[in-house]
Design a protein around this ligand. Structure first.
Ligand code: AMP
Length: 315
C-alpha cells in the first residue's frame, strides 16, 4: 500500500519556526496552529504552508479532525506541555539516574539554607523568589498565597541547559547543543551596584525568560554530559516503558566544584535549541551540514516511515 503524504504540524509558538524549517529541509509540508493574532511570524518566515487559526489553545481538540484528514504528525513543544516539573516520578527518574538534585523542602519550617520558591504553571519564572528561612518565606509568599509552589534548595553556580536527541530506531544518543537562558530581571541585577541595590526599595530577582544564548561547554565536560543523557534514557525504559525517545533537555547547575545538579528534565524539544537553526558546533561535527533539533525530528520521522516503524515514534 502506498504511504499517505504526512505533514508536520505544531502550535505556532515556542520552537515552531525551527520545527517547520527542519520539516521543509526534509521535504515535509507544514501546518501551523496559531492563536488568533500570532500568525505573522509563520507567514513572514515562510514557515507554514498552511495556517489554522484558533481562538485559544483550548480549542485544539476541535481541529483534530482537520489535522487527521491532512495526515498531520503533531510535534509537541513547550506550549503543549507548560509544566511537567517536580512530580514525584520526575524526581525518581533523576535520582535513579544517579544525579545530584537540589533538596526539596516540604514545609517552610524546615528551610535551613538559601532556597528558591517556584510557582507551578505557565507563567515562566514570574514571582519566583529566594528565601533564607521560614520568616523570610512567610513575608515574601504573602502576595502569592493561593498559588501552588515548591521550595527548592538554591544552588549557586551556572545554569546550563543540555539538549539531547535519542533515536529509539538506532538506539543512539546525540548531544545537540547547550544554552544558557537570559532571564529578567535576574540577569540584569549585576548591572546595578550593591550600593544602589541596597537603597532601592524592592528589587527581588525574577526569572522571566527573555531568550536563549548558545554555549559551547568546556570540552572536558563532554564525557560526563554524554553519560548523563544515556542514564536518563536507560532509567526511563525501566520507569515507563518503552521509555523516552526524541529530543529532551537536562536543566542543570554547574558549581565551582564542578558538580552538576539537575533541577529539571524536559522530555521534548526546548526553546534553548532555537539559536541552532543552522546547527550547533556539535551537530556540525556529526553531520557536516546544518542540523537543528527540528530537522533531526523530521529525519527521525522520515526514517521511521521508510522502515515502516512510525508507530514506534508516535504517542
Ligand atoms: P525553572 O522554572 O525551574 O526552569 O527555573 C527558572 C530559573 O530559575 C532557572 O533558569 C534558573 O535560573 C533558576 N533556578 C531554578 N531552580 C534553581 C535552583 N535549584 N538553584 C538555582 N537556581 C535555580
Amino acid at each position: 500500500m502506498a504511504q499517505p503524504k504526512y505533514r508536520i504540524a505544531t502550535i505556532g509558538s515556542h520552537s515552531a519556526l525551527q520545527i517547520f524549517k527542519g520539516a521543509h529541509d526534509e521535504g515535509f509540508e507544514t501546518i501551523a496552529v496559531c492563536k488568533k493574532g500570532s500568525e505573522r511570524p509563520y507567514k513572514m518566515f515562510n514557515a507554514a504552508d498552511d495556517v489554522i487559526t484558533v481562538n485559544s489553545y483550548a480549542d485544539f481538540p476541535k481541529i483534530q479532525g482537520q489535522l487527521i484528514k491532512k495526515n498531520a504528525i503533531v510535534i509537541p513543544h513547550g506550549s503543549f506541555v507548560t509544566y511537567m516539573g517536580y512530580e514525584e516520578v520526575e524526581r525518581q527518574w533523576l535520582k535513579n539516574a544517579g544525579f545530584k538534585v537540589p533538596l526539596l523542602f516540604d514545609r517552610p519550617k524546615n528551610i535551613d539554607r538559601l532556597v528558591i520558591v517556584k510557582f507551578m504553571g505557565a507563567e515562566g519564572g514570574r514571582g519566583y523568589f529566594l528565601a533564607k528561612d521560614e520568616k523570610d518565606f512567610n513575608k515574601k509568599i504573602r502576595p502569592y498565597r493561593l498559588k501552588k509552589y515548591v521550595i527548592q534548595e538554591y544552588i549557586i553556580g551556572v545554569p546550563l541547559f543540555i539538549h539531547y536527541f535519542y533515536s529509539s530506531l538506532t538506539n543512539e544518543i546525540e548531544i545537540m547543543g547547550c544554552d544558557i537562558r537570559y532571564e529578567s530581571n535576574v540577569d540584569s541585577l549585576g548591572r546595578i551596584s550593591a550600593r544602589d541595590q541596597i537603597v532601592l526599595p524592592k528589587i527581588d530577582p525574577s526569572y522571566v525568560i527573555v531568550g536563549n544564548i548558545p554555549v559551547t561547554v568546556r570540552e572536558s565536560f563532554l564525557p560526563r554530559l554524554i553519560e548523563m543523557g544515556e542514564k536518563v534514557v536507560e532509567v526511563s525504559k525501566r520507569l515507563a516503558p518503552p521509555g523516552l525517545f526524541g529530543p529532551f533537555c537536562l536543566e542543570t547547575i554547574l558549581t565551582p566544584e564542578e558538580e552538576i545538579f539537575v533541577f529539571e528534565i524536559s522530555a521534548r524539544i526546548v526553546a534553548g535549541t532555537n539559536p541552532f537553526i543552522e546547527g550547533s558546533p556539535y551537530t556540525w561535527l556529526k553531520y557536516n551540514k546544518p542540523m537543528s533539533t527540528g530537522r533531526r525530528i523530521a529525519i527521525e520521522i522520515k526514517n521511521a516511515i521508510k522502515m515502516n516503524q512510525l508507530k514506534r515514534i508516535l504517542h
